[in-house]
Design a protein around this ligand. Structure first.
Ligand code: WTA
Length: 654
């Protein structure tokens, strides 16, 4: 993370007490939260079991909460059975059948209002269509869609019949899609002809065809939604239009009673090595936390309109678009396009038009919109907003204050929520109306979440301001269950460091004198670009796959809007290019990486050098490269470098 930002966060002294007006109407008060906290501390498993009985509808009740016999592959509520889709949809029909579940706005301005009854019918029809195409419980289905209601319909339909979905972000390239299809052994891909983004059409079917052209033998069927009307090839015997697939299907589909531990979905995320890992989540434990936090952190009530701006391709779009708020019976907003299309007022215009009351977005979006000036949001009526949230990276106090003053009019609490793809739901966050907030801190762990900060030896770091590893001491229901097809990697990545004693998040953090958590950033080689996780190794592998690249090292450098920018040091094959040739190769490599991984992975800077700085054991000196990328003084010992002149090249001075 940006050292300047870290410093400013460390200096941050401001405390914002709960707004009494908000607190008066909030679902949770200090007493109730304290009771939950005490219950969780007294009996961790019993606390979660109680909530699971209260908040979930079971087809077959469970008898045991936590099963630790296969630790660290923990299981929750394992002998119970339920259906996630039934919990999110059918259960609301009696009371909320005509309440809107989804308020959708396309980038071009088209709007749809879908009630719980209509959504249930659509999910049933599509679930029947999946079955008609031969999909059964346990089959993997890849979803590669724009941000349209059908993406949620597809996810919920999978959940209804027990198919395991793996949503691939529509901004990822054909190569990334292929890799994920192969790793999951998917039988089906659900996509669209295209989607709208920033005034352009993203041709998803074309990318799907490209992915499938090479080694995706497991895929038998491709269902294609017509969204952008951009025309696409349909392969006979494999491809079928969404409309045709559902045409003869009835609007009823009995939800399957599935085991609590039945995998609900895989979601690929970046780690320290080149290959993304398929984070596997469960059904009951995941849904429990999704619903609980939708209510506890977002205070969702029946008259709320909740807008989480995340794409369903990320975990935030799973937990706080497709599952949590629906399980809580809320109305959600979905928007297809870019935040600044056609202008910087789009988000605020959507808030006004749809009467958004609870708004959840990422610091990178807040910073980008802040830069456009206060007079843009001033043109919109944001008076319905009552609660604001942020997620994805530490928020710098300047952006926090802007969000608080210009968007929340000093009235709306801000929930800064720390969590990860692996945790399934929010772990550390204020409870609005109860927890005083400090700009840049995610405050304290939620009840039942045993978060701690430990040193190299696994001892709790209690001294204020001292950093350490962020860990979770006790299993929790929505934790990941494993890495798909690679349980060893699961154990190594999250448990090995402290001998299986606790879950290691991969972040560093410190606590202040009030026990508030301040996240400092990743400790592994994971970049956080615009709140999206990317592994340095992934970008490096993409670069070295180019014929002109011999070797590459990628580091992050601070970026005002994106949080981190990607800086690549490249050793070319053949002579080192200079001048126009260097510029041309830079452009080519940036496009190449976009093609390999997706546009978000494009390096911002590329610098060519004859070789990379390495230790005697041959390890790339990343800390040195990081300092160079940031234009900082070099404090490392460079005496062991084989070719000290390389420093000048790496600095771009020779
Ligand atoms: C970072 C996103 C500080 C952190 C839900 C974590 C945060 C990674 C916050 C997970 C926050 C997320 N404050 N840092 N409120 N929220 N992070 O898997 O480094 O895409 O490990 O999940 O984002 O990113 P992921």
């Amino acid at each position: 993370m940006n050292d300047k930002r870290l410093e400013s966060i460390l200096d941050e002294q401001r405390v914002f007490p709960p707004n009494p007006e908000f607190a008066a109407g909030a679902r949770f008060d200090a007493e109730r939260l304290a009771a939950m906290q005490a219950a969780a501390e007294a009996d961790h498993d019993g606390y979660w079991a109680g909530l699971a009985r209260e908040l979930l509808h079971w087809r077959q009740p469970f008898t045991q909460a936590l099963d630790a016999s296969r630790a660290p592959n923990y299981r929750w509520f394992a002998d119970g059975r339920l259906n996630v889709s039934e919990n999110c949809l059918d259960l609301h029909l009696a009371e909320r059948g005509d309440k809107p579940a989804i308020l959708f706005e396309g980038e071009g301005g088209d709007r749809r209002r879908i009630t719980y009854r209509e959504l249930t019918a659509a999910v049933c029809r599509f679930a029947n269509a999946l079955r008609a195409q031969g999909i059964e419980a346990g089959d993997r289905v890849v979803i590669y869609m724009p941000m349209v209601p059908e993406a949620v319909i597809a996810m919920q339909a999978c959940a209804r019949i027990g198919a395991i979905h793996s949503v691939v972000f529509g901004g990822f390239s054909a190569n990334s899609l292929r890799e994920r299809i192969i790793d999951a052994g998917a039988r089906m891909v659900i996509t669209a002809d295209g989607g709208h983004r920033g005034g352009q059409i993203v041709e998803l079917k074309k990318a799907t065809d490209k992915a499938l052209a090479d080694g995706c033998d497991s895929v038998e069927t491709v269902i294609v939604l017509k969204r952008a009307d951009c025309g696409c090839a349909m392969q006979a015997g494999r491809d079928i239009w969404w409309a045709d697939a559902i045409e003869a299907q009835p609007e009823h589909c009995e939800p399957l009673a599935l085991e609590a531990e039945h995998p609900l979905f895989l979601l690929y995320t970046s780690g320290s090595t080149g290959k993304p890992k398929g984070v596997q989540h469960s059904s009951a434990g995941y849904l429990l936390h999704a619903r609980l936090t939708a209510e506890l952190v977002f205070d969702l009530r029946d008259d709320d309109v909740f807008w989480c701006t995340a794409d369903v391709g990320w975990i935030t779009g799973h937990t706080y678009v497709a599952y949590g708020p629906l399980a809580a019976g809320a109305t959600i907003v979905m928007y297809e396009g870019a935040p600044t299309y056609p202008d910087g007022g789009r988000f605020w215009s959507i808030c006004q038009k749809h009467g958004v009351t609870v708004f959840y977005t990422a610091p990178t979006a807040i910073r980008a919109l802040m830069r456009l000036g206060d007079d843009i949001p001033a043109q919109y009526d944001l008076s319905k907003l009552r609660l604001l949230g942020t997620v994805g990276e530490p928020i710098n106090p300047e952006a926090w204050i802007w969000y608080h003053e210009v968007i929340g009019k000093q009235r709306c609490p801000i929930v800064d929520t720390w969590w990860q793809t692996e945790t399934g739901g929010i772990m550390i966050s204020p409870v609005p109306g109860v927890t005083p907030t400090k700009p840049g801190s995610c405050t304290k762990p939620l009840p039942g979440i045993a978060a701690d900060i430990v040193d190299e030896d696994g001892n709790s770091v209690t001294e204020p301001g001292h950093g350490g590893y962020l860990v979770i001491r006790k299993p929790w229901p929505s934790m990941l269950r494993t890495i798909w097809g690679d349980n060893e990697r699961y154990q190594d990545t999250y448990w090995k460091k402290f001998g299986g004693r606790f879950y290691v998040a991969g972040d560093s953090a410190h606590r202040d004198a009030d026990g508030y958590f301040w996240i400092m950033g990743r400790i592994d080689d994971v970049l956080n670009v615009s709140g999206h996780r990317l592994g340095t190794m992934e970008v490096e592998s993409a670069l070295v796959a180019h014929p002109r690249v011999a070797e590459a090292a990628v580091v992050g450098r601070p970026h005002e809007i994106k949080g981190e920018a990607i800086f690549a040091f490249v050793v070319p094959r053949g002579p080192r290019p200079a001048g126009d040739e260097a510029a041309a190769l830079t452009a080519e490599l940036r496009d190449w990486v976009a093609e390999q991984l997706g546009p978000i992975a494009k390096p911002d800077d590329i610098r060519f050098a004859d070789n990379l700085p390495k230790t005697r054991s041959g390890k790339i000196m990343r800390r040195l490269l990081r300092a160079i990328a940031r234009g900082e003084e070099i404090t490392q010992d460079v005496s062991t470098l084989e070719n000290p002149a390389i420093i000048a090249q790496l600095r771009g001075e020779a």
